[in-house]
Design a protein around this ligand. Structure first.
Ligand code: ADP
Length: 265
């Protein structure tokens, strides 16, 4: 198993974001996690890239137990995990090549990382990654001048140069229009299949979750509600997943004690 969560709970103060969750992912699988806003999808992704620690339970990723691990051990695992974010997490003022090279920072020394900001290092590797995502001609362009879809491609190029075993994507298309979103999910599938990386992505869009993924996991209130092959996902399942919480029952006004007596509440 590449990912193994057992009995994992995450509490933020009094709020339970993930509730006694069990989840396993095999190496090479592509898994979509869907569910309403606040279901705990981002928290699951943050557990897996070790940016959130579980309140209780076991989080094993890439053969390492993350719960209670040292900062050094966490960094070693984080090096092998690439994350794509909804808001891209790029530095807009920098040229594209620097944002791609950010994927090498864990591998490079501090000196190499700093001098690379003055004169980019290993440009051929960055350019090959940009070529793969269709942006070979944008190496020196200021990142903020790219469209949203292009910026997400840069973020994918940054993951490519990192060569991770596990790619996590946290609502990677939520900031994009539907056509650009479908392209980005397709690209994530392609680059992960090419490299053999495992992919776990949270998604808002159920239709995208049906395309190219091996499994679709429905999460609500921090718990797994279903874990199924995409072709077995029914509208009954998704309707129940996204259903609004019932409003508290209010008793119908009965015959009552008669007209108000004028007493103020
Ligand atoms: P999703 O990604 O499905 O929208 P999240 O994992 O972001 O869900 O959030 C799950 C719950 O945890 C929500 O109620 C959210 O408000 C809460 N939450 C998330 N992060 C924090 C935090 N850092 N501090 C307090 N509450 C948080």
């Amino acid at each position: 198993m590449l990912v193994e969560l057992r009995g994992v709970t995450v509490r933020y103060g009094g709020l339970t974001a993930v509730d006694d969750l069990d989840l396993t992912v095999e190496s090479g699988q592509h898994v979509a996690v869907i569910g309403p806003s606040g279901a705990g999808k981002s928290t699951i992704i943050r557990l897996l890239n070790a940016t959130v620690a579980p309140t209780s339970g076991s989080v094993r990723v890439l053969d390492a137990e993350l719960a209670g691990a040292s900062a050094r051990a966490l960094r070693a695992v984080q090096r092998r995990i690439g994350t794509v974010h909804q808001q891209f997490h790029l530095v807009g003022e920098l040229q594209v090549v620097h944002n791609v090279n950010a994927g090498r920072l864990a591998e490079w020394s501090l000196w190499r990382s700093l001098t690379s900001l003055l004169r980019p290092r290993d440009v051929p590797t960055a350019r090959a990654a940009l070529d793969r995502v269709g942006l070979a001609d944008r190496t020196t362009q200021r990142t903020s001048t790219l469209s949203g879809g292009e910026q997400q491609r840069v973020a994918i190029a940054r993951v490519l140069v990192q060569r991770p075993a596990l790619v996590l994507a946290d609502e990677p298309v939520a900031s994009l229009d539907p056509a650009r979103g479908a392209e980005i999910v397709a690209l994530l599938h392609e680059v992960c299949r090419e490299s053999g990386a495992t992919l776990l992505s949270s998604l808002h869009d159920v239709e995208l979750a049906r395309r190219g993924f091996d499994r679709v996991i429905g999460v609500r209130e921090g718990r797994v509600r279903f874990d199924t092959a995409p072709d077995r996902l029914t509208t009954t399942m998704t309707d129940a997943l996204y259903e609004l919480a019932p409003t508290p029952h209010r008793p119908e006004p009965g015959p009552g004690p008669g007209p108000p007596t004028g007493r103020r509440c």
